[in-house]
Structures are given as structure tokens and as C-alpha cells.
Design a protein around this ligand. Structure first.
Ligand code: PEP
Ligand code: MN
Length: 364
């Protein structure tokens, strides 16, 4: 579906020292001293890019909204002191112009801006013909098309140094995370655009320091190209996102614990065994699809019969009974409640669609 993005490889425009690209720095630039101390701290951790927010998009008015333009000068000094390229969030054309004026190396578009095509288009318009890398966070709502759309708008004006940042998605549901990771969305982005670098931002997914290491490892296991992690010399005193920021020492420790696994191996024994297991999976999937098809044929039959008997398609009591019994059966067999429930929601939706189709056919 859709056109491919015309982009450069990450290694063509961003050097990395370790096994994965690491972008780190404070959520917000707060003072010249804090920017410089944090920059020197992350440099010690061998990070590749320094980040900082200058204009902060806050949920409620009255919170710290960033230091603005003067922060760009502090970043320029930090860049000189560490030799690290610097990235800053831009949310409108003036931000872009000020960043270009202060020789910011990489721009990033935040989650709230990525959700608004007018905003992204406005930023793209001033970037027309300018050779600067742009990182695009996922929109706050779990909408892959909108995320891809933002990347396309930038690509259309000639930005080829592009990467996506996965920072999780807003949800009303109470959750362990500040922003639900919904891993299947970046995984699907990778399938649709295999050449697009994808960076994970565990800080905004977690919202706290404690969860960071699990989410960072998960991103590496899912073959993300890099990490963007918030780091502050004194997180407790941070003016924004204080709970999720780590000290440079904590960052060093987190990075040292990451495990990197290979995509493939020359080991013949591994290949033989994995082939056997995959063959088994293929056979099971064939049975699963055959059973789905059989089940839908029965749904069609039910649709016809309900139509003839003038009975409504949706039967809430029956649906409730299916949910309860299938979840129990699944859990008895070591399947998670969420997994069984999600599968049955898909099955039920398709079953209703089949019944509607059968019912319309009866009418003709
Ligand atoms: C940030 O990186 O500090 C930030 C505001 O992120 P997001 O746009 O993902 O909320
Ligand atoms: Mn932040």
C-alpha cells in the first residue's frame, strides 16, 4: 500500500559509536549550566546525538514551557564542547528558522505536532530544499497512516534524511505505561517501509525510570535502529518529565546492560531446527485458516436463518457467553486473557459482517 519513501540509510547521515544509535539529553534545556553538565555527562556514556527541548508542548497552561531561543545558544556551546550533533524539537516554521540560524544539526517533530497535518505541512514548507535530517515522532493517537503521512510530507519536499521515533500512544486506559507502546504499530511501519530507520523513545513510553530497561531491551529485540533517552544531571529537580529522566551514571548503566542479538547465523544446527519448527507453525496456521473459513461459513448460514426468522444479528447475551467461555478455555491452556479477547473481537466483527452480507443477499 502507498508509495515507498525515498530516503538515505541512517549510517549515511548519522555516525554511531556503539551497537545502536543513542540520542540523549534533557527533556528541556533549563539553564546554560544544566545543558553543559548534562551534555558532558552523556558524552561520557558514548551517546551519538545530544537532544534537548527548547519549546515545550505542555498539556496544561502554566507548566514550564521551555526557555525558548536563548537555549539554542547553550546548545551551540554544548555542541562545541562535546563535538556531538544536536537535535531539537520544532513545532512551527519559526522554530525551524531559529534552529537553522543556530546550526542545529537534526530536527525532530513531536508527537502532538505529528498528529496535525497542517502543522507538519507548515514545517515541511519551510524545509523545502534544505538538507537537514528530521526525526518524526509517532502521533499521540495510534494511527499509523498519520505517522506515515507526516513522513511523506517531509519526503515530498526533499528531506531524505528521515527517521521515525516510536514514543508510545495516549490511552485513557489505566496502564503501566505513560504512553502505550502498541509495538505492533512500529513493527507494521517496519514492514511497510523496511528502509526507514526507527528509533525508540523509552522515556516517554515509560513515564518513569523503573520501566526503562525492559522497554529499551524490547526495542533492541525488535530490531529498532536506536534509542532516544532523556537524561538530566539532576532529574529530581527537572522542570519537565522529572520522573522519567535518568542521571548520566544511570544512563551508562542502562546502556551497558543492553543485549544485542544477531539477525542470522551460520550455525547449520540452528537452521535445521528452526526450519523444523517453522514447518510445524506452517501446518498449524493452515489448520487455523481452514477452521476460520469453516466458522465463517456457519456464520453466513446463521445470517440467512436470522433474516428468515426476523431476528437481530447482534445478540449481546450470546456474545457475552462466547467471551467468557473462550477466555476461560484459553486461560486453561495457558493463553492470556487479552490475547483470547482480542482474537474473538476480530472473529465476532467478521462474523457480523458475514451475517450482514448473507442477510442482504436474502433480501435481493
Ligand atoms: C520530548 O521528547 O520531550 C517530548 C515532548 O516528546 P513527545 O513529543 O514524544 O511527547
Ligand atoms: Mn520529555
Amino acid at each position: 500500500m502507498g508509495d515507498k519513501l525515498d530516503i538515505f540509510m541512517l549510517s549515511d547521515w548519522c555516525q554511531r559509536t556503539g551497537d545502536t544509535l543513542v540520542i540523549s539529553g534533557p527533556c528541556s534545556a533549563e539553564s546554560e549550566e544544566q545543558v553543559m553538565q548534562t551534555a558532558l555527562g552523556v558524552k561520557e556514556c558514548n551517546v551519538d546525538v545530544l537532544r534537548a527541548g527548547i519549546w515545550k508542548p505542555r498539556t496544561r497552561p502554566g507548566s514550564f514551557e521551555g526557555v525558548g531561543r536563548k537555549g539554542l545558544k547553550w546548545l551551540k556551546k554544548a555542541r562545541r564542547a562535546t563535538n556531538l550533533p544536536v537535535t531539537v524539537e520544532v513545532a512551527n516554521s519559526e522554530h525551524v528558522e531559529e534552529c537553522l540560524e543556530h546550526e542545529i544539526d537534526i530536527l525532530w517533530i513531536g508527537a502532538r505536532s505529528a498528529a496535525n497535518p497542517f502543522t507538519v505541512e507548515g514545517i515541511a514548507r519551510v524545509l523545502n530544499g534544505i538538507d537537514i535530517p528530521v526525526l518524526v515522532k509517532n502521533p499521540i493517537n495510534p494511527d499509523l497512516e498519520l505517522w506515515i503521512g507526516a513522513l511523506e510530507r517531509l519526503n515530498r519536499v526533499g528531506i531524505k534524511k528521515l527517521a521515525a521515533i516510536h514514543r508510545g500512544f495516549s490511552s485513557y486506559k489505566k496502564s503501566l505505561y505513560r504512553n502505550e507502546p502498541n509495538w505492533r504499530i512500529p513493527v507494521e511501519l517496519r514492514r511497510r517501509h523496511p528502509n526507514l530507520p526507527i528509533i525508540c523513545d523509552p522515556s516517554h513510553i515509560c513515564g518513569n525510570r523503573e520501566l526503562l530497561s525492559t522497554v529499551m531491551q524490547k526495542a533492541m529485540d525488535l530490531l529498532f535502529d536506536g534509542l532516544m533517552i532523556e537524561c538530566h544531571v539532576d532529574p529530581e529537580s527537572a522542570l519537565s518529565d522529572s520522573k522519567q529522566q535518568v542521571t548520566p551514571d544511570q544512563l551508562k548503566d542502562l546502556l551497558s546492560r543492553l543485549q544485542f542479538k544477531a539477525l542470522s547465523t551460520d550455525d547449520m544446527q540452528y537452521h535445521q531446527r528452526i526450519e523444523e519448527l517453522r514447518e510445524t507453525i506452517n501446518e498449524i496456521d493452515d489448520q487455523v485458516v481452514t477452521l476460520f473459513a469453516k466458522r465463517m461459513e456457519v456464520s453466513t448460514e446463521i445470517g440467512r436463518y436470522k433474516k428468515k426468522s426476523k431476528i437481530a444479528i447482534l445478540q449481546p447475551e450470546r456474545w457475552e457467553e462466547i467471551v467468557q467461555t473462550r477466555i476461560k478455555a484459553g486461560m486453561d491452556r495457558n493463553l492470556s486473557e487479552d490475547f483470547v479477547f482480542n482474537i474473538y473481537q476480530f472473529i465476532h466483527e467478521e462474523s457480523i459482517r458475514k451475517q450482514e452480507e448473507a442477510s442482504e443477499r436474502e433480501e435481493r
